[in-house]
Design a protein around this ligand. Structure first.
Ligand SMILES: Cc1cc2nc3c(=O)[nH]c(=O)nc-3n(C[C@H](O)[C@H](O)[C@H](O)COP(=O)(O)O)c2cc1C
Length: 228
């Protein structure tokens, strides 16, 4: 091959290589999860909610004080799930008795757990808990956890709900669309049955133990219920 032809050939090869390099896909900017990294971390909150309108897949972080002023707006519902414990040693149950509000200048959620519940043991052993709400399609799973006891065996698996853990280690469920994370600040027992309304007193006729009342300071609120 003549020198000029060889030069042209080499220039063509260099041009092809240059084009191939320029057209390459950009490298991903998110580092892959390292083997052994905690898979239980809570999904990261949306960094800039003003740039990305909320959808059911996107979390919005709400100031706890704002959430208790307008609980319906963040997705608080009449039936929710209470979960307490740590990864590998936690339990959850359905609750219909709860309240959000302000106490001692703190945004709080108050829950009522009969001492008969297995979950009560986890509320006693841990000073954090979560209260979660779910989209309607998970109602069967939520009700399963309210009609079976973790004392009798694994009920989380059959519920179809997926446990996850907040950065501070409290259990919640991946399918939830609202997660209130709480730190227990007060506890008492509603054991003076004489004070209860007549119909409430009858609840305990069959041997159910009194309800413990837990006041939790809400430390974080994450919702993916679309903003009103
Ligand atoms: C809709 C619904 C609401 C409930 N609300 C409460 C409640 O507020 N407090 C309570 O102690 N139990 C409540 N329960 C009952 C517990 O969820 C139920 O006894 C559960 O099986 C306890 O599970 P555990 O033994 O694994 O803790 C509710 C059940 C249902 C279905």
């Amino acid at each position: 091959m003549k020198a000029a032809n060889l030069l042209n050939f080499l220039l063509a090869v260099a041009l092809v290589l240059l084009c191939a390099m320029l057209w390459r896909e950009p490298a991903p900017t998110v580092a892959p999860t390292a083997p052994g990294a905690a898979v239980s971390e809570a999904p990261a909150p949306v960094a800039d909610v003003s740039a990305a309108p909320a959808t059911p897949d996107e979390w919005r972080e709400i100031a706890p004080k704002d959430a208790v002023m307008d609980p319906a707006a963040v997705g608080v519902r009449d039936t929710m799930l209470l979960a307490a414990g740590r990864e590998g040693d936690f339990n959850a149950m359905t609750i219909g008795w709860w309240g959000t509000g302000v106490l001692w200048k703190k945004p709080v959620v108050t829950v009522y757990v009969s001492k008969s519940r297995y979950t009560w043991e986890f509320m006693e052993k841990n000073d954090t808990f979560t209260v979660c709400a779910f989209p309607d399609e998970y109602r069967a799973g939520v009700m399963y956890l309210g009609t079976h006891s973790g004392r009798d065996g694994d009920k989380i698996g059959p519920s179809g709900l997926t446990p996850a853990f907040t950065a501070s280690g409290a259990p919640y469920f991946a399918e939830a669309d609202l997660v209130l994370e709480c730190r227990r600040i007060y506890e008492t027992e509603l054991s003076d049955l004489a004070q209860l309304p007549e119909e409430a007193r009858r609840l305990y006729d069959n041997g159910m133990l009194p309800h413990a009342m837990y006041v939790g300071e809400i430390t974080s609120v994450r919702t993916r219920v679309p903003a009103p």
